[in-house]
Write a protein that binds this ligand. Structure first.
Ligand SMILES: Cc1cc2nc3c(=O)[nH]c(=O)nc-3n(C[C@H](O)[C@H](O)[C@H](O)COP(=O)(O)OP(=O)(O)OC[C@H]3O[C@@H](n4cnc5c(N)ncnc54)[C@H](O)[C@@H]3O)c2cc1C
Length: 414
């Protein structure tokens, strides 16, 4: 079965990237059918609230969805839920669904996202051990936080820290276990990661770094605590495992499409196969400004990349060159991060404002150029930070760190 003029655009994965791709393909004006096939029961929803306001009971379920229920039918998008795409035949231009049905496609977008890494220790499957990716998992965790008194959170990344904050706000005692020297140290570096460690310590969290769990213990099939390497046992009535995600590349691998910790795509988000694209968490895309392939596991990337993929699928020239951007909310700390610190790393961090007061902008520099900026409880500066990064011009560190100097006037010799 080959592609015909009426073969649909098929999107594998009905998360944020898949839903935005369907929207962009429709906005692009093509008459071709669009099929959006997802393996979940829910129509596409946004995940950030699942560890923040939705988990804390501050927002309603209806607010998490990307589109209203009727949007798909009204816009001629065939939404297939509980319909995993099980295989791709790139030569025949078909996909096979989990129930064996075969669908032809003209162009295919992989928007399969990523999945939580499992913790390879005994007890990982006990009742009361939570992972957090899906809406139903947030519901289950919300219920647990309402009843638990002692929680162990394994992994001090963004999701682990947000869950920790939600648990503390629900009055639960929390021990946070992080394998590295500090939570987030791999992402932010020591100077700025300390701010987040202090934030949680100040909110009564027992933050334990440089340690890992050897076993999750249980009684009668339910979690009772965790064991640390020296034999120490920390009692808990629930455990959250938040040790990162892996891109869902199995479909691409099975079809012989090039992968490398993600589906490798060019700046137009096209894979190694000319009629197959990838976007969102699963894509490792060439970034024209940074000059390398990057994979971004953040909301803004899943929101914005699909428009570029759709344009390219519709035959236009397109290139995705937005800088990575993400945000977090923990207690009374709100933060936005713009930019990307590559493998070479940074050689200096400049603070503008006061990390101790948790109101500042941190800049990561390499050879006097700004690679990334993170504003903490300082707002409306994403534009100027983006300009500093994209300009590639050297800055004067003294002026950059001086809150009295506008961010437009910090260039060296300026
Ligand atoms: C709890 C939580 C909090 C977050 N908070 C933030 C935040 O504060 N800021 C931020 O920037 N980012 C945040 N993120 C990250 C952000 O949600 C992701 O970057 C975004 O969801 C990626 O969207 P996606 O559509 O690429 O992938 P996903 O959201 O993973 O969606 C992919 C979908 O495809 C499905 N799928 C997989 N394989 C198949 C298949 N073979 N067939 C059919 N369907 C398939 C998956 O089940 C899933 O439904 C958070 C994530 C989580 C889990």
């Amino acid at each position: 079965m080959g592609a015909t003029t009426t073969s649909p655009f098929v999107i594998a994965g009905a998360g944020l990237a898949g839903a935005k791709a369907a929207e962009a393909l429709r906005d692009g004006g093509s008459d071709r059918p669009v099929v959006l096939a997802g393996d979940e029961q829910e129509r596409p929803y946004e995940r950030p609230p699942l560890s923040k306001e939705y988990l804390r009971g501050m927002s309603a379920r209806d607010e998490v969805y990307v589109h209203p229920r009727g949007w798909y039918e009204e816009n001629g998008v065939e939404l297939r839920l509980a319909a995993p795409v099980a295989g791709i035949d790139p030569g025949g231009h078909t996909v096979t669904l989990g129930d064996g049905e075969t669908l032809p496609y003209a162009k295919l977008l992989l928007a399969t996202g990523s999945s939580p890494r499992r913790l390879p220790v005994p007890g990982e499957n006990l009742d009361g051990v939570h992972y957090l990716r899906r809406l139903a998992e947030s519901d289950a965790l919300k219920e647990t936080l309402g009843a638990a008194s002692r929680l162990v959170v394994i992994g001090g990344g963004w999701i682990g820290l947000e869950v920790t904050a939600a648990a503390r706000e629900a009055g639960v005692r929390v021990t946070l276990l992080e394998a590295a020297d500090l939570p987030l140290v791999g992402v932010l570096g020591r100077e700025t990661a300390q701010v987040f460690a202090d934030l949680h310590t100040d909110h009564g969290v027992d933050v334990r770094c440089g340690t890992h769990v050897t076993e999750i213990t249980g009684e009668a099939g339910r979690v009772s605590g965790v064991l640390l390497p020296g034999g120490e046992r920390i009692a808990a009535d629930a455990v959250v495992v938040a040790v990162g995600v892996s891109p869902n590349t199995a479909l691409a691998d099975g079809a012989g499409i090039e992968t490398d910790d993600g589906v490798r795509v060019d700046a137009a988000l096209r894979t190694s196969h000319p009629d197959i694209w990838a976007a969102g968490d699963v894509a490792r895309a060439f970034h024209p400004l940074l000059g390398r392939h990057i994979r971004v596991e953040h909301w803004a990337n899943a929101l914005n990349q699909p428009a570029t993929a759709a344009r390219s699928m519709l035959g236009e020239d397109a290139s995705y060159d937005r800088l990575p951007y993400f945000f977090t909310d923990q207690y009374d700390l709100g933060m936005e991060y713009t930019g990307h610190v590559g493998r070479g790393g940074y050689d200096r961090v400049v603070f503008r404002g006061s990390p101790a007061d948790r109101q500042f902008i941190a800049f990561w520099l390499r050879e006097r150029r700004v690679l990334a900026g993170m504003n903490v409880n300082v707002w409306d500066v994403t534009g100027p930070i983006r300009t500093l990064v994209t300009s590639g011009l050297p800055v004067d560190a003294g002026r950059l760190g001086d809150v009295g100097v506008p961010l437009t006037e910090v260039f060296a010799g300026g």
